[in-house]
Ligand binder design. Structure first.
Ligand SMILES: Cc1ncc(COP(=O)(O)O)c(C=O)c1O
Length: 477
């Protein structure tokens, strides 16, 4: 822990020297040995700090020569502001755009900046496939039978162990395996809400949650969410005081689409505030394992003393979305959630539960995470840099510390549905901002890009989007 903080401190000091002009573009940085002497830290700490700065595109290593300040230091556009405050319950308008977006995933010719799916190159497909085959051979009857809910016991116990890292003391008996995090959240909403009830959610929020709330005939209070600090808790407190709220939905780590997280103190505050109000929290932690440094953040559930938090997650972002392995720890709603799961579909698929259980136990999950976290950090830094270069003036972009999505705010006049239609002609997809809200027209000048599909090969697509956005700006000026 100390070592991690130290390398970050060194990296921040160097970044500050670059920002302040002490080291200018093209300057050679002190060698690793020199820097270790000057900063009075170990050589290894300097190596990690330099590598961290390389990931942020701030410095570059030149073979046989040393480290240099990048020719064009990252000048990212500013971050978007917190979304507008409005805590009136809203009806929900559905969007055909979501259907189009999800259909695009199947189009191999399109650049997949739309749905938040992992880079196929970073999915351990072969290893998972081997493990799946061996697991089915070794557990033939289990693999073809129902893994009757709550689901595969070994998988549940592996998940319980893993979540200890996030501050949760869970036992396997407190978990239910679901078909992805989507089913977990849907199950939680069904358990807690009746048609016409009001739900408090972050804003902007993952578009499928908006669709779920609509399907269940629920009303919504959108709580503004800051790209840096997550859900605005004073507004939530105010909403709790003035409305009858059935539950709150929050993505506490690297949320979708903003990538923002609540600090430990805010998670604790959220858990306490909702417990005091008697309002349960559906906490989605699907990106919790995708922190860009090696620290696994906590979840609000770690401070849940009353079983008031229904924690949901899956392996869709870290292993394979197609395996459909997710889970829920429903706290004091366990019996009811279990009943609903059993009645709805008895169980989730058995073979993939067996495979994920084995992957967690013996497949090197922690190592796999180290590799993909770093890869996604680099991809997002490079993509944000490209946005800074190619998008029109006035564009803002987030700087997430985890996950793989970027949220972009264009000048106010631009409607990203127009941009979407134009981008389709170039076979580029992205997620238009308005699908991330239940309020018609909100976030119409925003878009979410899936940074998992960033590569130098796809740079042209970001450039092309930027040009099209600039053209739209001109047309509106
Ligand atoms: C926050 C969040 N929750 C849930 C999901 C859906 O996950 P799954 O594929 O496990 O159902 C996603 C997918 O993008 C997501 O971003």
């Amino acid at each position: 822990m100390e070592k991690t903080l130290l390398y970050r401190e060194v990296a921040e000091r160097i970044a500050a020297l670059v920002a302040g002009g002490t080291f200018r573009i093209g300057d050679r940085l002190p060698s690793i040995r020199e820097m270790s002497r000057q900063a009075q830290v170990s050589i290894n700490t300097v190596k990690v700090a330099y590598s961290h700065l390389e990931d942020r595109c701030l410095i570059e290593a030149r073979p046989q020569s040393g480290y240099y300040v990048c020719p064009r230091p990252l000048e990212l556009p500013r971050e978007p502001k917190i979304s507008q405050k409005s805590i009136e319950p809203q009806g929900i308008s559905s969007s055909k755009l979501v259907g189009r977006l999800l259909k695009d995933i199947l189009d191999g010719e399109k650049i997949q900046f739309g749905a938040a799916i992992p880079d196929p190159e970073l999915v351990p497909a072969r290893k998972l496939g081997r493990i799946l085959a061996v697991s089915c051979r070794n557990h033939a009857s289990e693999s073809i039978g129902y893994a009757t809910s709550p689901g595969n016991a070994r998988l549940r116990s592996q998940i319980a162990r893993w979540m200890f890292k996030a501050g949760c003391t869970l036992s396997a008996d407190e978990l239910i395996i679901t078909s992805g995090a989507s089913e977990a959240v849907f199950l939680a909403l069904q358990t807690l809400c009746r048609p016409g009830d009001t739900v408090a959610i972050g804003s902007p929020i993952y578009f499928n949650f908006v669709q779920m709330l609509q399907l269940l005939n629920l009303r919504v209070i959108e709580i503004p969410t800051s790209p840096t600090e997550g859900m605005h808790l004073p507004t939530l407190r105010q909403a709790l005081g003035t409305n009858k709220i059935a539950c709150c939905v929050a993505i506490s780590n690297f949320d979708n689409p903003l990538g923002s997280s609540l600090t430990d103190a805010r998670k604790q505050e959220l858990a306490a505030m909702l417990a005091a109000a008697g309002v349960p929290l559906i906490e989605d932690d699907i990106n919790g394992d995708l922190s860009h440094d090696d620290e696994r953040p906590s979840v609000a559930k770690a401070w849940d003393r009353e079983g008031n938090i229904l924690l949901c997650s899956s392996f869709s972002k870290t292993l394979a979305p197609g395996y459909r392995v997710g889970w829920i720890a429903p706290g004091r709603y366990l019996e009811e959630a279990l009943h609903r799961k059993l009645v709805t579909n008895i169980a989730s698929a058995s073979p993939t539960q067996l495979a994920v259980a084995e992957f967690l136990a013996n497949g090197g999950y922690a190592h796999h995470l180290r590799v993909i976290r770093k890869a996604y950090a680099i991809k997002l830094a490079r993509m944000a840099d490209a946005i800074g270069r190619y998008f029109p003036q006035g564009t803002r972009v987030t700087r997430p510390a985890g996950g793989f999505t970027l949220w972009i705010e264009l000048p106010a006049d631009v409607d990203t549905v127009d941009l979407y239609t134009r981008a389709e002609t170039k076979k580029i997809t992205f997620a238009p901002g308005r699908i991330f809200s239940s309020t018609r027209g909100r976030f119409r000048n925003c878009l979410r890009l899936n940074g998992a599909f960033w590569s130098e090969k796809n740079r042209w697509a970001v450039e092309s989007l930027g040009r099209m956005a600039a053209k739209l700006c001109e047309e509106h000026s």
